[in-house]
Design a binder for this molecule. Structure first.
Ligand code: SAH
Length: 353
């Protein structure tokens, strides 16, 4: 057991071996741990009482030491346009995180947060305005998905780690979360249906390649050169684009998953023809997809989104170079703009209270 593991141990963070050890310490047989694990991670039980085939005495002993600690739903906004659901959860220590549920024709997707706040400081992002409070545990990442699944009553088929936080800045917890999420004793979500989005922490990308997970990587690029990127993202001073591209190519060599580049279009900043040309040159020959996102205006920052014609022109330019491009469906635009803003408002309200 590593130090970090002891520190963060909560019930939903325990993988099956850890749960077996906990149940074994109470003098119980290990199949009891399998039953409990199934209740928690497959049947998504919200309370110990639901675990009807586990003896009441064991449930009581376990409950006294291990509260389920599921995130508590504090707010829910449902888009009138497309049914996208944005949840605000309160964690056991009173911190808030946001998660989003989206329904596509190919299934339901959940976008989760990996940290309370973020310390990467991207200038267009609301999630980083209050800095990093703490990492989320594997159980708190799973808990967001389980709570949403319970609330909607629908199966989740895709998971994207694209909410608040930099997942590779919470590496150990992220990887344990990924393994538990794809585990056949749990929700068993295919690694191919999981995407982790990073601002480009090179050591983390390299380490992740070594995990032999078949998950998809998305890189938040947002600028085709380091000068502009450094204006938008402080992390770009630590890791330069050529270094990041090398790490991504190596990642690709290991798991052969098509890479996604996220590019938030900010009017007059990174949406010029010159940017499109440079971006095309940078990505030439890669098996990749560029996801264009008109920037969600964050009032604190004063950036505006590229107009629709500009987005289409930028897309066309890239396509002329044979690059695959999608424009992010502007899901739930009516429910409170950029990610992180709902959490920020609630956190500030609590601080004032
Ligand atoms: N830290 C990770 C994941 C969280 S952010 C990362 O950087 O990838 C998820 C995506 O939303 C990133 O591409 C991020 O740059 C982008 N993003 C953040 N704020 C945004 C905004 N106001 N408008 C558009 N995209 C934004």
């Amino acid at each position: 057991m590593t130090e970090e593991r002891k520190e963060t141990e909560d019930l939903l963070s325990m993988d099956l071996p850890a749960l077996k050890a906990a149940v074994g310490a109470l003098g119980e047989k290990s199949y009891r741990a399998e039953q409990i694990y199934g209740w928690l991670h497959r049947k998504l039980a919200g309370s110990w009482d639901e675990m009807t085939n586990v003896p009441a005495a064991l449930r009581e002993k376990m409950a006294a030491r291990w509260p389920i600690g599921a995130p508590e739903q504090r707010a829910l906004q449902i888009s009138k346009i497309d049914g996208t659901r944005k949840y605000l959860f309160r964690m056991r220590d009173g911190n808030y995180v946001e998660s989003v549920w989206m329904s596509y024709h190919h299934g339901n997707s959940v976008c989760i947060s990996s940290q309370v706040g973020c310390r990467m400081g991207c200038t267009f992002c609301a999630s980083t305005l209050l800095g990093l409070t703490r990492n989320l545990t594997p159980g708190e990442m799973l808990g967001q998905i389980y709570a949403i699944s319970r609330d909607t009553g629908e199966r989740v088929s895709n998971v994207v780690v694209m909410g608040t936080g930099e997942p590779l800045d919470n590496y150990e917890n992220l990887v344990r979360f990924l393994r538990m999420l794809s585990d056949e004793n749990g929700l068993h979500i295919s690694e191919r249906n999981i995407t982790v989005s990073t601002c480009g922490l090179v050591p983390g990308i390299r380490r992740l390649a070594g995990e032999k997970l078949m998950i998809n990587l998305a890189l938040s690029l947002h600028a085709p050169d380091d000068v502009l990127r450094q204006r938008l993202m402080p992390v770009a001073r630590a890791y330069r684009i050529p270094e990041i591209m090398d790490a991504l190519r190596d990642y690709y060599r290991v798991n052969r998953r098509r890479l996604t580049f996220e590019y938030s279009l900010i009017r007059g900043v990174n949406d010029t023809d010159e940017c499109a040309e440079k971006l095309a040159a940078l990505l030439k020959g890669m098996n990749c997809l560029v996801n264009l996102i008109p920037v969600n205006p964050v009032t604190e920052r004063g950036y505006r989104e590229t107009r629709r014609e500009g987005v289409l022109a930028f897309k066309k330019k890239l396509e002329n170079h044979g690059i695959h491009v999608t424009i992010r469906r502007e899901m739930g635009r009516d429910i409170d703009g950029a990610c992180g803003q709902l959490r920020k408002r609630c956190t500030e309200m609590d601080q004032k209270a």
